[in-house]
Design a protein around this ligand. Structure first.
Ligand code: 5AD
Length: 477
């Protein structure tokens, strides 16, 4: 029996994407979004286990739902995502009010599994990887209602064995989506109003598809990702921007750099996780590149696109990380000039090889290193954003900003810009030339350059917010 549902998303963009697909399979079977948890017949917590903190958040969130389940025993409570895959049956044993545990590869089965629960089945865990015939749920945006910037999955799983990372265990081995299916999703999004596509995969640049021309060189690091980018650029000419996340530096090969030089549709920003600036730590992380190799790849990208910005992920306090190792990381951050970064304290994860290395950097030291990392990084961000004041930047407007008089969008280099929009106009989806007037901590403000008003139709309705997914569960206080 279809009813009302809520999906609560934790963690990465892949989870947000999976949540969207769950909503679509449910809605295809007549389910509607509930306004609050009290009304819901089904609540799905789509979980993350990349760091322990994320897992703790889930535990507290499930705990909060116990009284609700007591009041409404017919409510179906499900845990999806990486914690589901990692814990399976065991989670049902630990959380007595839980009905369903569903892995990332079993999302299509959600409506049937829920129906079983509603018919009185005992709690059930379904966490089977689809190894022999990988399944990628197609996106089904509503006509005219697609977000300006949409995400399309190109691969799932991960064949790297970075010693800190749980993802290969929760998402399984790499499986790639046929390029025709990717093109179909992109076309559907573009036809429904999207102007920017971000290709999504754990190591998005390791892409392979036997139906595409072979890699440009015999080098095992070469993939068919550059070919995928080329075919998208060719077959979807109306696309305003194409992004991808996250690449593994190993596959950022000369042919991918060439694609950046040749394809104007490719955004002038790459988020390329480096994790550490110390060769000793990189080796123990099993990252399969040295600092010098990473820097060389950055340099060749910059030669191809001088205005390109780079952002990254960094782990501090990895087992055995000395002060010198950490200084080497700070030094790399300055050398590359990352305009933004996500920094994390190392968190030991089940199944991962780094568990054997212990967790010997004290918590206080990790906190201190993280604070210093952010200090260095924010100074770079500030200098970078400050330099843009007084320039004119092309901004793809994604939706309303927090400030009612402004819309929010991004430049090709991924700087967030709050644009002043005259009353009665809607700039959503427009590519606007914006004169930058002010730099904030993490974003810019500006006004449309003269003559840009024509790109903004009179507003027919309230603009949709720029935010893409629900990140909090509306629980009764
Ligand atoms: N501890 C801390 N950070 C981690 N990440 C992945 N695994 C861990 C871990 N065990 C970080 C990496 C990765 C990002 C998504 O999360 O920096 O790029």
């Amino acid at each position: 029996m279809a009813g009302k549902y809520l999906v609560h998303t934790f963690g990465c963009q892949m989870n947000a994407h999976d949540s969207d697909r769950m909503s679509e399979v449910l809605e295809a079977r007549g389910w509607l979004v509930a306004e609050d948890a009290e009304q819901a017949d089904l609540i799905v917590l789509n979980t993350c286990s990349v760091r322990e903190k994320a897992e703790q958040k889930l535990r507290s969130e499930i705990g909060k739902l116990a009284p609700l389940k007591k009041r409404h025993p017919e409510l179906v409570l499900a845990v999806a995502g990486c914690v589901a895959q990692q814990e399976g049956e065991a989670l049902l044993g630990r959380v007595p009010h839980l009905d369903l545990v569903i892995g990332p590869d079993n999302l299509a089965e959600l409506p049937d599994l829920v129906r079983e629960q509603q018919a009185g089945s005992p709690p059930r865990a379904r966490t089977v990887f689809d190894l022999s015939s990988p399944r990628f749920l197609p996106a089904s945006p509503r006509p005219g209602r697609a977000p300006v910037s949409a995400w399309v999955t190109t691969m799932k799983g991960c064949d790297e064995r970075c010693s800190f990372c749980i993802v290969p265990y929760t998402r399984g081995p790499e499986r790639y989506r046929p390029h025709e299916d990717i093109l179909r999703d992109i076309a559907r999004f573009v036809a429904s109003g999207a102007r920017e596509i971000t290709l999504l995969g754990q190591t998005v640049d390791s892409y392979r598809d036997p139906a595409l021309p072979p890699p440009a060189a015999l080098d095992p690091d070469e993939s068919q990702f550059p070919e995928l980018l080329r075919i998208i650029a060719r077959q979807v000419p109306e696309l305003a921007r194409l992004r991808y996340t996250s690449p593994h530096p190993r596959h950022l090969t000369p042919s991918l750099v060439r694609a950046h030089a040749e394809l104007p549709v490719l955004a002038r920003h790459v988020h390329m996780p480096v994790q550490s600036g110390s060769d000793r730590v990189l080796r123990r992380m099993i990252r399969r590149y040295t600092r010098a190799e990473y820097v060389r790849r950055v340099e060749s990208l910059r030669e191809a696109c001088p205005d390109l910005t780079l952002t990254t992920d960094i782990i501090v306090g990895f087992p055995g990380e000395t002060r010198e190792d950490f200084e080497a990381t700070l030094d790399l951050v300055r050398e590359v000039g990352f305009v933004g970064l996500f920094g994390f304290k190392y968190s030991p994860r089940p199944y991962t090889p780094a568990l054997k290395l212990g967790d010997d950097v004290p918590e206080a030291e990790k906190s201190e290193r993280l604070a210093r990392l952010f200090e260095v990084s924010e100074a770079i961000t500030q200098a970078h954003l400050g330099r843009l004041v007084g320039t004119t930047q092309r901004v793809l407007v994604e939706g309303a900003s927090k400030d009612a008089a402004r819309a929010q969008g991004r430049t090709a280099r991924n700087e967030i810009v709050h644009v002043l929009v005259p009353p009665g106009h809607d700039a959503t989806g427009a590519l606007l030339d914006v004169e930058i007037t002010q730099a904030f901590k993490h974003s810019l403000a500006g006004e449309p350059a003269p003559g840009q008003l024509a790109a903004m139709p009179a507003r027919a309705q309230q603009p949709a917010p720029a935010r893409r997914t629900r990140r909090s569960l509306p629980l009764a206080p």
